[in-house]
Design a protein around this ligand. Structure first.
Ligand SMILES: C[S@@+](CC[C@H](N)C(=O)[O-])C[C@H]1O[C@@H](n2cnc3c(N)ncnc32)[C@H](O)[C@@H]1O
Length: 242
């Protein structure tokens, strides 16, 4: 069993996403447990302050180290007493890149694992918290307003790989794959797929009527030929080059 404990100043951002669709069903079916914890629960002052100005100047506010430290300590202890091995991730724009391979490693662990994820906000964290985390996490080379989206990306990518979550296990096997090689991301792209209508008609910007048909072979019912056609339509490309 995998469990995610997300520490955030905005827990509703996590729960609103995780309480819908596939992730919600996975939780109901006990495939995964997801907890969103409000960082303010670990403050001791009346106003539940979690952030403050940066020493030495600079714009914006930083998340304070004490509530983060208390949250990590308490959630690690809770995970251990519940029989889970904890690992603490911190979301930072410059962290270790979260990949499909990583999602697979997490999803296929054979022990009970608790992933505690710290979500930054504003300008980020007091740097002293880094001593208490196991790994950094980035979802890509861009700066987000907070770590909540990064946590959700990780939770989402892992959850759909858990046995029984998608219903049709083969759908995850046929999907786009990514291989990291010499600083490049090599993509084996899923073949194009179509649904009804078999014939799609529209009027283009020049006012000319256009028709796009689903390839006949895909409607032939001939499974071997369909498989061959789909395999031939997979595209290999480089997603990112340095
Ligand atoms: C506005 S960002 C802070 C950016 C920070 N001042 C910097 O220059 O790296 C606020 C928070 O969003 C999260 N975040 C931003 N970009 C991210 C990314 N690409 N992957 C994961 N988390 C990210 C981190 O938790 C970060 O502390």
């Amino acid at each position: 069993m995998i469990r995610f404990d997300v520490i955030t100043a905005f827990p509703e951002l996590i729960t609103s996403y995780c309480n819908e669709s596939i992730i919600a069903r996975a939780q109901k079916a006990d495939k995964i447990k997801i907890f969103a914890h409000n960082l303010r629960n670990w403050t001791t002052d009346r106003h539940k302050v979690i952030d403050d100005k940066v020493f030495g100047g600079g714009p914006g506010m930083l998340l304070k180290v004490e509530p983060l430290f208390k949250a990590i300590t308490e959630l690690k202890q809770k995970a251990i007493s519940d029989g889970f091995i904890p690992k603490v991730y911190i979301s930072v724009a410059s962290g270790n890149l979260f990949t499909q391979q990583k999602a697979g490693q997490i999803a296929h662990a054979d022990e009970n694992r608790a992933y505690i994820i710290l979500c930054g906000h504003y300008e980020g964290f007091d740097a002293r918290i880094m001593e208490f985390v196991d790994e950094t996490l980035t979802v890509g080379p861009y700066v987000l307003t907070g770590g909540e989206l990064a946590s959700l990306i990780m939770i989402d990518a892992v959850t759909r790989l858990l046995p029984g979550v998608l219903g049709n296990e083969s759908s995850a096997n046929l999907e786009t794959t990514f291989t990291l090689s010499n600083g490049k991301i090599l993509v084996d792209e899923e073949y194009p797929q179509y649904t009804t209508p078999a014939v799609f008609t529209f009027t283009d910007e020049q006012g000319v009527e256009q028709t796009r048909r689903v390839p006949d072979i895909l409607r032939s019912g001939h499974h071997k030929k369909i498989q061959e056609e789909n395999n031939s339509q997979r595209v290999k490309k480089v997603l990112v080059t340095e």
